[in-house]
Design a protein around this ligand. Structure first.
Ligand code: T4K
Length: 384
C-alpha cells in the first residue's frame, strides 16, 4: 500500500513502450496502386528513389542510401569502409550493433560510457587502441549524440574510421548540424518501433559520392551491370511496399514530433521532482532531440526501490516499460569472455544498465494517459 496516495486504476489495455504511427489505410492503398500498375516491386523502384531523395532533403544528407533494415545497413557500412581486426564500441546498446561486427569476423572491444550522455566516453577509448584497431563504432543511444568531436580527435590521431549507429537518431542535431554530418558513415533504422519508419528499413549516410556508389553496389549483391559483379555484396534493398509506407509516414513526422515533445515535457515536469528519479537533459528540446525514446533513471538509493522492481510493478497496471539496454551487450554469453567485457572495466555502463527505464512514448498517448502513467509511477515508488 502507498503511504502517499490511493491506488490508481490500471489501464484497460496494455500500454507499450512505443506504437508505430500509421497513415490512413486508404492512403496507403492509393500509394500501392501505382506499384500494382507498374508491377515494379523492388530493385530501385520509383517509391524507393523518391523516398531516398525526400529523406536526403529532410536530413540534409547529400549521400543517403536506403536499406531493408538497419542491421544489414550497419554491416554493409563496415564492409564499405573495409573495416577489419578490432573495433571499439559501447556495451550499452541493442545487440544488433555488436552483432554487426561479430557477423563479419570483427572483434568488438567494449569501452565504458559517459554517465551523462550514456554514449562512448572518449577517455575510455584511447587506452584500448592496439595495432588491430581499425575503427570506432559509436551509438547515439536514445538519439543522444555521442561526443562527436572527442571521438573524431582520437580517430584522427590514430587514423581510425568512425562509424555511427544512429538507429535512434533520426532528426537529432549537434548544435546547428544534423547528426549525420559526423563520422565516415552513419546508420539509421526505420524499424516499426522508430519514430520515422517503413515497417522494416534503414539507411546509410556517407560523406562522398564514391562511398555512396560503393554502398549502393554492396546492397545489390555488388552488381554493376548485367554482366559484371564487382564486389561481394549482399541483398540490402528496400522494397516498394516499404518505401511507399515511408513516403506517407515521412509526412507525419513533424506532427508526431510535436506530440512527443509535449508528452516528454509532461513526464519531465511530473517525474523530475520524485526522489531518485532523473530525466535526460534536453529530452524535450526540438532543436536537438530525436524524440525517439524517453529513458528515466532510477537510483535505488534515492528512490528506495530498484528499477527492476518498478519495471515489474508497472506491469500490474498494464504499463509495459522497457529496460533498454539491459543486460549490457558485454554480458551476453557470446561476448562475455572477451577481455574488454570484464564488468570491472565498465563500471559506468554497469550502473546505468541497472538504472534506466524507458517509458511509453508515442503520439497516440493522450495527455491524460501520460498523467495516469505518472500517477502510477509515483504510487509504485511510494508503495511498500
Ligand atoms: N542499433 C540499435 C542501437 C538499435 O536499437 C537497433 C534496433 C538496431 C541497431 C537495428 O536496427 P534494425 O535492424 O531493427 O532496423 C526493438 C526493435 O525490433 C529494434 O529495431 C530496436 N533497435 C530495438 C531497440 O527495439 P524489441 O525486441 O524490443 O522489439 P519488440 O517487438 O519487443 O517491440 C517493442 C514494443 O513495440 C512492443 O512491446 C510493442 C511495440 N510494437 C512493436 C512492433 C514491432 C508495436 O506496437 N508494433 C510493432 O509492429 O526490439
Amino acid at each position: 500500500m502507498s503511504r502517499h496516495q490511493p491506488k490508481p486504476a490500471s489501464f484497460e489495455s496494455p500500454v507499450h513502450v512505443t506504437r508505430p504511427m500509421l497513415p490512413e489505410l486508404d492512403a496507403y492503398a492509393e500509394k500501392l496502386r501505382s506499384v500494382w500498375d507498374a508491377r515494379w516491386l523492388t530493385n530501385a523502384g520509383a517509391n524507393h528513389n523518391t523516398l531516398e531523395e525526400r529523406l536526403s532533403h529532410a536530413l540534409e544528407a547529400s549521400h543517403l542510401s536506403l536499406f531493408n533494415n538497419g542491421t544489414i545497413a550497419l554491416t554493409s557500412a563496415l564492409k564499405a569502409l573495409d573495416i577489419s581486426g578490432a573495433v571499439i564500441t559501447t556495451p550499452f546498446t541493442f545487440a544488433a550493433t555488436v552483432h554487426a561486427l561479430a557477423w563479419i569476423g570483427i572483434t568488438p572491444v567494449f569501452a565504458d560510457i559517459d554517465a551523462a550522455t550514456m554514449t562512448l566516453d572518449p577517455r575510455c577509448i584511447e587506452p584500448l587502441i592496439t595495432e588491430r584497431t581499425s575503427a570506432i563504432l559509436g551509438v547515439h543511444v536514445y538519439g543522444i549524440p555521442c561526443d562527436v568531436s572527442g571521438i573524431q580527435a582520437i580517430a584522427d590521431r590514430h587514423q581510425l574510421r568512425v562509424i555511427y549507429d544512429g538507429a535512434h537518431a533520426f532528426g537529432s542535431r549537434v548544435g546547428s548540424r544534423p547528426i549525420c554530418d559526423f563520422g565516415d558513415v552513419t546508420m539509421l533504422s526505420f524499424h516499426a518501433t522508430k519514430l520515422f519508419h517503413t515497417a522494416e528499413g534503414g539507411a546509410l549516410i556517407s560523406r562522398t559520392s564514391e562511398m555512396k556508389r560503393k554502398i549502393d553496389l554492396l546492397k545489390n549483391f555488388g552488381i554493376e551491370d548485367e554482366a559484371t559483379v564487382v564486389l561481394p555484396g549482399i541483398n540490402g534493398k528496400m522494397n516498394e511496399l516499404q518505401a511507399a509506407l515511408g513516403l506517407l509516414t515521412l509526412d507525419m513526422v513533424p506532427r508526431e514530433r510535436m506530440k512527443r515533445q509535449r508528452i516528454i515535457s509532461i513526464y519531465c515536469s511530473r517525474l523530475a521532482e520524485l526522489p531518485g528519479i532523473s530525466c535526460p537533459v534536453g529530452a524535450d528540446d526540438p532543436e536537438s532531440s530525436s524524440f525517439q525514446y524517453f529513458p528515466i533513471r532510477i537510483d535505488v538509493e534515492g528512490a528506495a526501490k530498484s528499477r527492476d522492481l518498478v519495471h515489474a510493478q508497472l506491469k500490474a497496471f498494464n504499463v509495459f516499460t522497457r529496460r533498454y539496454f539491459h543486460p549490457l551487450c558485454s554480458a551476453c554469453p557470446c561476448y562475455a569472455n572477451l577481455p574488454s567485457a570484464a564488468p570491472g572495466q565498465l563500471p559506468v555502463a554497469q550502473r546505468i544498465a541497472q538504472e534506466v527505464l524507458v517509458l511509453p512514448l508515442y503520439g497516440d498517448l493522450k495527455d491524460d494517459d501520460v498523467h495516469r502513467i505518472c500517477d502510477i509511477i509515483t504510487y509504485v515508488l511510494g508503495s511498500e
